[in-house]
Design a protein around this ligand. Structure first.
Ligand code: CTP
Ligand code: CA
Length: 226
C-alpha cells in the first residue's frame, strides 16, 4: 500500500474530508457535542495528500495538528460545516464524510451565560441540523463516502444508512468495542460497497488509523467510477 500511495495515484483529484465533532452552542460557555477525536478523518486527509490529491479538510474542534499539505477550515457548528463543504466541493470531488455531526442543536442560543434558578431541572429545546452527507449525495456529483458509528446491528444499520443517504459506499465501525474507534489510534472498518443491486463487503484492519486510511483510500480509488 505504501508503494501504491507513493506513486501519487490521486494527482489531479480534489478530496474533501470532514472530521471531528461539531459543537452546537447552548450559551456563550456551553455546547452540545458528539464524541470524536478527529483522528480517522485527519489520517485520511494526511494520506490522501501524500497520495497526491489536493485536500480540503473541514474540521470541528479537535486537538490535532493540520497534516502537511492539507488545506484546513476549522468550524464549530453543523451549519458552518455545511457551508464550508458547499464552498469546497466540486462536481468531480471525492467527499469523505468522517465528521461526527451533531444531529440536533439548541433551538435558540442564549446570548448571555445561563444562570441556575432554584433546584429545578432544565429542558432545552432542540431542532434538527442539516445532513451534510445527504446534501452532497443529492445535490452534487461528488463521489460520497459515508461513515457509520454504531453500537449494535452494525451491518444492518450501516447498509440501510447507505440507502437512505443515496450513497454507494459506507464504512461502519463498532464503537461499542473499546479496542477500536473513539480516541484510539487503531480502527477496524467494515466497508459496504453497492454495485447495482448487490452489496459487497470488505474489512479493513484492525490496524493503526494511518494504515486504515491508506487502505481505505486505495479502495475508494478502485471503486470510484472515473
Ligand atoms: N452526517 C452528516 N450530517 C449530519 C449527520 C451525519 O454529514 N447531520 C454524516 C456523517 O458524517 C456520516 C454519516 O452521515 O458519514 C452517517 O452519520 P450517522 O450519525 O451515523 O447517521 P445519521 O443519519 O445521523 O443517523 P443516526 O445518527 O440516527 O444513526
Ligand atoms: Ca447522527
Amino acid at each position: 500500500t505504501e508503494h501504491y500511495l507513493s506513486a501519487k495515484p490521486l494527482q489531479g483529484q480534489h478530496w474533501v474530508v470532514t472530521a471531528g465533532p461539531t459543537v452546537e452552542a447552548i450559551d456563550p460557555v456551553r455546547y452540545l457535542a458528539n464524541r470524536s477525536s478527529g483522528k480517522m478523518g485527519y489520517a485520511i486527509a494526511e494520506m490522501a495528500a501524500k497520495a497526491g490529491a489536493k485536500v480540503t479538510l473541514v474540521s470541528g474542534p479537535v486537538s490535532l495538528d493540520v497534516p502537511f499539505g492539507v488545506n484546513c477550515f476549522k468550524v464549530e457548528s453543523a451549519e458552518a460545516m455545511l457551508k464550508q463543504v458547499q464552498d469546497a466541493l466540486d462536481n468531480d470531488s471525492v467527499f469523505v464524510s468522517c465528521a461526527a455531526v451533531a444531529d440536533y442543536k439548541p433551538k435558540t442560543m442564549a446570548t448571555e451565560k445561563m444562570k441556575k434558578s432554584g433546584s429545578e431541572g432544565l429542558t432545552i429545546e432542540l431542532s434538527q441540523n442539516p445532513d451534510i452527507l445527504r446534501w452532497a449525495a443529492q445535490e452534487t456529483n461528488a463521489f460520497c463516502v459515508g461513515f457509520a458509528a454504531e453500537t449494535q446491528n452494525v451491518s444492518d444499520y450501516a447498509k440501510s444508512k447507505m440507502e437512505r443517504k443515496g450513497i454507494t459506499m459506507i464504512c461502519a465501525n463498532d464503537v461499542s468495542r473499546d479496542d477500536i474507534g473513539f480516541s484510539c489510534d487503531h480502527n477496524e472498518l467494515l466497508v459496504f460497497i453497492r454495485e447495482h443491486d448487490t452489496t459487497k463487503e470488505q474489512r479493513i484492519g484492525p490496524a493503526s488509523k494511518i494504515k486504515v486510511a491508506e487502505q481505505l483510500i486505495e479502495l475508494i480509488h478502485q471503486v470510484r467510477p472515473s
